[in-house]
Write a protein that binds this ligand. Structure first.
Ligand code: PMP
Length: 375
């Protein structure tokens, strides 16, 4: 495991105990940055900060293309991807492996896209071969939309292989919800041909909620020229034109930007490969720990997420009661299941600033609570 640059930072217990898949706990110096004075977002200090942050953001996404900060949650970034590249009536293929995949499809439907869903069972990733076949059979798919890391099931999609299948079999745009994977798992925007990638500050970026980020490729800009979906706040042209003068189009969430500036710098200084390796190591530790407790992982290990571990609960054990008991007995906050997985799985988040002791404590608390609940 590579050195953890956050190790020396003491944090308050209450924050350390937040082990949900975002918002993530923040180390003390980032919390302090959140509490610093406001600045003029149309002044030179903001322009300098925005310029530095944009360079770092592009480094993390391995892109020479465009990248923007938008004041919103991650869902706003997903909406940005849809409304700037598509027109009502456009054919969209939605790859769904869980709750957040369904949300992406819902956004496209809300703006009038003709959405066809290719759903895979909960706990499974997208099958790139099946996708390739589907695209060969379908005509005129304008965009393929998907979740990179499905936070609701702890499954990571093989994004590179999926993008390859799209490009080999169609001219479709690839629009990616990377809300819970970016800054933790590799996303090579240019090399993999990803047109818009959406993410949010409160996940592996180690910042508070309030800022979303998107990348925007040349192909996305081409699509933007003819895209007719209605948009105003999320109109990417405004973000592009204002960035040229070092400003945001609208008043930004400054506290989240302050935090993000520090954490982006730290990610780049640590080295993105090291950041990815660190996430993989802590995820492996969590997976091994769950197995040692006699529990099983919900996804196949090969596709298990490096940011959130979904653990299948023994038959008859109430997951909601388990989450409540863990919290009551240990103070540690873990996630339950969402949608059809409610009560059947628990989820331990391990993205951003995570020490081995954090996941060990969460696993220990889960093990003890399960023992306490067994008749
Ligand atoms: N997609 C995924 C994969 C997520 O994990 C989340 C947040 N849990 C979202 C989208 C939505 O993000 P937000 O709540 O910031 O709008």
């Amino acid at each position: 495991m590579t050195a953890n640059v956050y190790k020396t930072t003491a944090a308050k217990l209450a924050h350390e105990n937040l082990r949900i898949p975002g918002p993530v706990p923040l180390p003390d110096d980032i919390l302090e940055a959140v509490g610093t004075q406001m600045m003029n977002h149309r002044g030179p200090e903001y322009a300098d900060m925005l310029a530095r942050m944009t360079v770092d953001l592009k480094t993390v996404f391995m892109t020479k293309g465009d990248a923007y900060f938008i004041t919103s949650s991650g869902t706003g970034a997903m909406e940005t991807a849809i409304v700037n590249t598509l027109s009502p009536g456009d054919k969209v293929l939605s790859l769904t492996i869980g709750f957040f995949g369904d949300r992406f499809a819902d956004i496209a439907k809300a703006y009038g896209a003709q959405v066809e869903s290719m759903s895979f069972p909960y706990g499974k990733p997208v099958d790139p071969d099946a996708l390739g076949k589907k695209l060969r059979e379908s005509k005129g798919v304008k965009a393929v939309i998907l979740t990179h890391n499905e936070s609701s099931t702890g499954v990571s999609n093989p994004l590179q292989a999926i993008a390859h299948a799209v490009h080999a079999n169609s001219d479709a745009l690839v629009l990616v919800d990377a809300v819970s994977s970016a800054a933790a798992m590799p996303i090579a925007v240019d090399a993999w041909g990803l047109d818009v990638v959406a993410t949010a500050a409160q996940k592996a970026w180690i910042a508070p909620p309030g800022i979303a980020m998107v990348t925007f490729s040349q192909k996305a800009w081409k699509a933007q020229e003819t895209a007719k979906m209605p948009r105003y706040y999320f109109d990417i042209v405004q973000y592009r034109d204002y960035l040229k003068i070092g400003q945001p189009p609208f008043t930004p969430c400054l506290p989240a930007m302050y935090a993000l500036e520090i954490s982006l710098r730290r990610i780049v200084e640590e080295g993105i490969e090291n950041v990815f390796a660190r996430h993989h190591a802590i995820a492996d530790r969590t997976r091994n720990g769950a197995l040692k407790l006699g529990l099983s992982l919900f996804p196949d290990r090969q596709f298990a997420s490096d940011t959130v571990t979904a653990i299948r609960l023994p038959e008859g054990l109430d997951g909601k009661a388990l989450v409540a008991k863990v919290r009551k007995d240990s103070g540690i906050v873990i996630g339950g299941g969402q949608g059809p997985m409610t009560g059947k799985i628990v989820r331990i988040g391990h993205m951003g600033w995570v020490e081995p002791a954090h996941v060990d404590a969460a696993l220990d608390a889960v093990g003890k609570a399960i023992n306490g609940m067994r008749p």
